[in-house]
Write a protein that binds this ligand. Structure first.
Ligand code: PCD
Ligand SMILES: [Cu+]
Length: 806
């Protein structure tokens, strides 16, 4: 036996706490095919439900005949809107204060909209049943282009809203208008433009796209008639919210609803909202008395569940001749599809788009957003960018490049000149946010030095000369992006979902032997919470991360939480975890003091336990304290060692980063090569550097996809023409560039451990970096802005339009 006591370093390392590249504990089961996803669930007697969907984007439903379908072997029921009306569920509320049809009620408003729900003994029988349902449609004129949605003679899409001049977010100007949202000072901004030396104006479109997680949306619903209880297993990013929504609309007492989100195969915002499939499966289990499973296929997922973006941003910047920005004015036309089903905190119809002043010190700004209805799928989810932040970052980062071009200044230099300075934090932006912390100059300079920015610019100008001389057909672009994110929704003063404040929660229970369980209101979809949450607790209370089990996603056991999206888990749930751990530690200190026969104040914390100040050999480890908590607590104290925390964040957190993309484009084919992509992220205190790197890799890959080709596109008659992975760009390792990551650390001053979110940052910062690279490459040929996505064809077309093809 070795009597050597472990060194401080060994004790520290043994914890695998914050800052440690701890291996992901969930991967033990994921990499061995032992994950437990919704579709793995097979209950006795389980039925399968599937949808009859509309081939037309806008049509009256004249009749639905289910007779033949009900005769198909295995088919047990066919639900239509008429059946749902009996239980008041033909329509459902959306997260954005609108209502949405569960099944077509009189008309359909987008292609593949849900018309009837066929329930059968297996999926094949359900499919046969679908083919036997006879629906008679009468086609109507469509609205696809959002710019024509508010034309005086545009077809009326939402007949249910006819004559309603007030929407969920104020007055409506037109029958296809959803809302107008304005923020900032219009007069001051107009005045800044009136006296500006230089102004730019450009319509920047951020096209419609889709998060398309590997696992589609799905659920299993099972109603126990005897107990009157409904169990729902589903792909939910916010299980508690789903439970509350079901309680409110199905009128089942909330404690008799069990919502369980098992392992999830990626969410990316797609699994925040409620979809008709959930409602229909729940109604079907009540009607049939059997469990009902609903699993989307890829086409259904891409064409009907929440899209992302579709923001068309007319962007204007005012500046002095020397390049100091003096005003920002943005008008957004937001295409919300057939129903406003955006997933944003209630008071924010355009999310946090007012982060659009970005990393720059704008004295004044004004934003107006008009939402319109069109014949497209509803939604409007984040897709890795909390609440319209990626649209905002794209807007300002393209805008700054366009301004630099007009001023004849270097885009990096223009940014450095306008950054909010370190001493200005906490910084009040012209559009109402309070940025918690930042050091933009340091991050930008680190990026520029690492990639030899000056050298790259020199190479670029040489290449341009060579191109002009006809010696090469390749053009080179440098895409600089410096973004400020806003994550951690959010403070109860301005953030709620359906009236519930956006706090988050954690409950920690330590067992006698020094191991414990932490239950958290967040829900991992692949982020690795089982790994990182235990690391926070390990550092806070000195118990090895391996001895803490993290559990999420079961509404019966987890404390109420608002779920995982908008990179809110670290800023909000992460804070709740630290606070709960600190409550454990405070009680532990009282127990230790009693056992060591000293006053509490005489103790100090030391890695994994308490020691008496000045008497370093008198110690009590946290592990021993756990044991004592169950047999010898001080007189008057309750036994046990557990704590709960509900954390209402005082502010958002503002991660930031400096990205650069070096690209080469062959003008004759439009084919691009990404030579280098460097991403520096600052997310404050880093919990697990390896997980952060993985998050950045994933987010950059999605940013690459979106900027370079991924799009949900409709033809002019309203057909979705990118409804499968044949046409919807899903990059694999073959197309994906190599990512270089880096970091600086500027802790959040208000977060208990100083951490900010990071999961979304690479998408927010990545998209403008790619787009700026393409635009920078073409700029010397006389272009100011080329719309995304920058696929080979568009690059070739740009070259052609600019006369570069000779
Ligand atoms: N400082 C720091 C931060 C962070 N972290 C880490 O990292 C992660 C992340 O985090 P965050 O940022 O906080 O976030 P969250 O909340 O958790 O999550 C969310 C996100 O996440 C991301 N990522 C991911 N991954 C995966 N794998 N999957 C998925 O699905 C996903 N998704 C995506 C999205 S989209 Mo939205 O929903 O759109 O709004 S939002 C989002 C985790 O684990 C954590 O812990 C660390 O470490 N440190
Ligand atoms: Cu967004």
């Amino acid at each position: 036996m070795n009597d050597m006591a472990p060194t401080r370093e060994q004790r520290e390392a043994n914890l695998e706490g914050m800052g440690c590249k701890r291996k992901r504990v969930e991967d033990v089961r994921f990499t061995q095919g032992k994950g437990n996803y919704v579709d793995d669930l097979k209950l006795p007697g389980m039925l399968h439900g599937d949808f009859v969907r509309s081939p037309y984007p806008h049509a009256r439903v004249v009749s639905i005949n289910t007779e033949a379908a009900l005769k198909v072997p295995g088919v047990l029921a066919v639900l239509t809107a008429e059946d749902l009306k009996g239980v008041n569920l033909a329509w459902m509320p959306t997260l954005a204060g609108d209502v949405q049809m569960v099944l077509a009620d009189g008309k359909v408003l987008y292609q593949n909209q849900e018309v009837a729900f066929v329930v059968a003994t297996d999926r094949y029988a359900a499919d046969d049943g679908i083919n036997a349902v006879e629906v008679e449609y009468e086609q109507l004129d469509v609205v696809i282009d959002p710019f024509t949605a508010m034309a005086p003679d545009a077809p009326v899409l939402r007949e249910d809203l006819a004559g309603k001049t007030e929407g969920a977010h104020g007055p409506r100007k037109h029958h296809n208008h959803v809302f107008e949202w304005t923020v900032g000072d219009r007069e001051l901004t107009d005045a800044a433009f009136a006296k500006a030396d230089v102004t730019i104006k450009e319509m920047l479109s951020y096209h419609r796209t889709h998060p398309s997680p590997l696992e589609t949306c799905q659920c299993v619903c099972s109603f126990d008639k005897i107990r009157g209880e409904l169990s729902i297993w589903g792909t939910f990013q916010a299980p508690h919210v789903i439970r509350t929504v079901v309680a409110l609309i199905a009128k089942i007492p909330e404690h008799k609803i069990h919502v369980i989100a098992p392992d999830i195969g990626g969410g990316f915002g797609n699994k925040v909202g409620a979809y008709p499939g959930y409602i229909c499966a729940a109604v079907a289990t009540i009607v049939t008395g059997k469990p009902v499973k609903w699993v989307e296929d890829r086409i259904e997922n891409l064409t009907t569940t929440s899209f992302a973006r579709d923001y068309h941003m007319t962007t204007e910047i005012a500046a002095t001749r020397e390049g100091k920005v003096t005003g920002l004015r943005v008008h957004v036309l937001a295409d919300h599809g057939a129903f406003d089903a955006c997933a944003d905190p209630s008071k924010w119809p355009a999310g946090f788009f007012n982060i659009v002043t970005g990393s720059y010190d704008f004295p004044t700004a004004h934003v107006a957003v008009d939402g319109v209805y069109t014949n497209k799928a509803p939604g409007g989810v984040a897709y890795r960018c909390s609440f319209r932040v990626t649209e905002a970052a794209y807007c300002i980062e393209r805008g700054m490049d366009i301004l630099a071009q007009k001023l004849g200044m270097d885009p990096a230099e223009l940014r450095l000149k306008n950054f909010i300075k370190p001493e200005q934090f906490p910084y009040h932006s012209a559009l109402g946010w309070e940025y918690d912390s930042g050091d933009y100059q340091t991050a930008m300079k680190k990026m520029m030095e690492t990639v030899d920015y000056a050298g790259l610019r020199k190479e670029q100008s040489e290449k341009r000369e060579a191109f002009k001389r006809g010696e090469t057909r390749e053009i080179m672009g440098l895409g600089v992006s410096f973004f400020t994110e806003i994550v951690g929704a959010g403070p109860s003063k301005n953030c709620d979902i359906l009236g519930i404040a956006m706090f988050d929660s954690c409950e920690i229970r330590m067992h006698p032997t020094g191991a414990g369980i932490a239950r958290v209101g967040s829900k991992s979809q692949g982020q690795g919470h089982e790994t990182t949450w235990a690391q926070i607790i390990a550092t806070e209370i000195g118990i090895p991360a391996d001895d803490i089990m993290v559990e999420e996603g079961n509404t019966d056991t987890a404390p109420y939480g608002l779920g995982t999206y908008g990179s809110r888990s670290t800023p909000v749930a992460g804070a709740a975890i630290a606070m709960a751990a600190r409550k454990i530690k405070a009680k532990a200190q009282m127990i230790a003091a009693y056992k060591l026969e000293v006053h509490e104040g005489d103790l100090e914390w030391d890695i994994d336990g308490f020691r008496v100040k000045g008497l370093p050999e008198k110690t009590m480890s946290m592990k021993d304290i756990c044991w004592a908590a169950y047999n010898s607590v001080p007189p008057g104290m309750e036994p046990g060692l557990e704590a709960v925390s509900y954390y209402d964040p005082p502010n958002m957190t503002y991660p930031f980063g400096a990205y650069i993309c070096v690209m080469e484009i062959d003008v004759d084919t439009g084919v691009y090569k990404i030579r280098r992509f460097y991403a520096l992220d600052d997310c404050g205190t880093r919990i697990n550097p390896m997980i952060i790197e993985g998050q950045v890799h994933g987010g950059l890959t999605e940013a690459f996809a979106i900027a370079m080709g991924q799009e949900i596109r409709y033809d002019e008659t309203g057909n979705v023409i990118t409804g499968s992975f044949m046409d919807f760009f899903m990059p694999t390792a073959v197309e994906t560039p190599h990512w270089e990551t880096d970091f600086t650390v500027t802790p959040s001053p208000h977060h208990p451990i100083g951490a900010k979110g990071v999961g979304e940052s690479p998408n927010v910062g990545g998209v403008p970096a790619f787009s700026n690279a393409v635009n920078d490459a073409f700029s010397f040929l006389g272009s100011t802005h080329i719309q995304m996505p920058h696929d080979f064809w568009r690059n070739w077309k740009a070259a052609k339009d600019l006369g570069a093809l000779g």
